[in-house]
Design a protein around this ligand. Structure first.
Ligand SMILES: [Zn+2]
Length: 297
């Protein structure tokens, strides 16, 4: 404090207003100095940690410059989804060059309950392996990558959202897996864009069979009435624009069942955001994967 007084004396504060300005300048100087020191300490710690555990590609373990990222080769083999996409289903519409949002033939033939879906990438190759390892082998290194990609793919949806609700797991599956991947994704996205997450609003009240190998009709029957909104949360969902967070969008049966429960509880609109999308022929791909087939959603 004595230093502060000497500092103010030197600044020649003559009036109370001058004194106020000088104090603000002094405090701002201290803040900038403190910020510089903490940044220097953080970068030093990061450098030391990098020496012990150098950053490696989350897919192939090649040395790279930043943690939790992909090497250039793995990155270039991701099938990221970029516009133009169907405004309802989020599936790519190659060749469409119109200005206004376009609805795919699939969405017209079979309109979803939710308003719009978006996904960051196709569920294939490296992306499929990362998701399977994330869900079934507790390999969470790609989580920051998933979160950034989803935020990018869902920018429009998130900018209009009041709330994010993750697709819930049945409590027995949650006990088995110990975490809900959709909750981790929703919380990560929430930290980046500030949209609140209501992780307990939606419940999976009926344990469903794994969806692997089922036709679209069988999937719909399998998840029908599997979800409900906890009565305690009905008020907080009423009139809200909700983004439902899922890991992989397949036929949309789960997303539709969740959207039905949320809309019945009074939500104004439900959009869906996922890491990856199986545009068509999903069952064959999932059956190739013993991990996915064994555990299901
Ligand atoms: Zn790699």
């Amino acid at each position: 404090m004595a230093f502060a007084v000497r500092f103010l004396d030197r600044r020649g504060a003559r009036t109370p207003r001058d004194g106020g300005r000088a104090i603000r300048r002094f405090l701002s100087g201290i803040r900038i100095m403190f910020h510089g020191i903490t940044r220097l300490a953080a970068s030093g710690l990061r450098y030391s940690a990098d020496l012990i555990l150098p950053p490696v590609c989350v897919s192939c373990a090649t040395l790279i410059t930043h943690h939790n990222m992909l090497c250039p080769q793995c990155w270039s083999s991701l099938y990221l989804i970029s516009p133009p996409v169907c405004d309802r289903l989020g599936i790519p519409l190659p060749g469409y060059d119109g200005e206004s949002p376009h609805i795919s033939v699939q969405a017209v033939a079979n309109p979803p309950v939710f308003s719009r879906a978006r996904a960051a990438a196709h569920y294939s190759g490296i992306m499929r392996r990362l998701i399977v390892r994330f869900k079934f082998e507790d390999k969470h290194e790609p989580l920051p990558l998933f979160v950034r990609l989803m935020r990018q793919a869902g920018r429009e949806l998130l900018s209009e959202a009041d709330l994010m609700v993750p697709v819930p797991l049945h409590r027995l599956r949650l006990l088995q897996r110990r975490f809900n991947q959709s909750v981790l994704l929703a919380r990560g996205i929430g930290r980046l864009c500030g949209v609140p997450v209501e992780a307990m609003a939606l419940r999976r009240v009926r344990r469903t069979e794994a969806q692997v190998g089922l036709t679209q009709e069988a999937r719909q029957a399998n998840v029908a009435k599997a979800f409900s909104v906890h009565p305690r949360y009905r008020k907080s969902l009423a009139g809200k624009r909700i983004v439902l967070i899922d890991d992989v969008l397949t036929t949309g049966s789960t997303a539709n069942a969740c959207a039905t429960a949320l809309l019945d509880a009074g939500a104004a609109r439900v959009d869906v955001l996922a890491i990856a999308l199986v545009a068509h022929g999903l069952a064959e791909r999932e059956e190739e994967d013993p991990g996915y087939a064994r555990f299901g959603g």
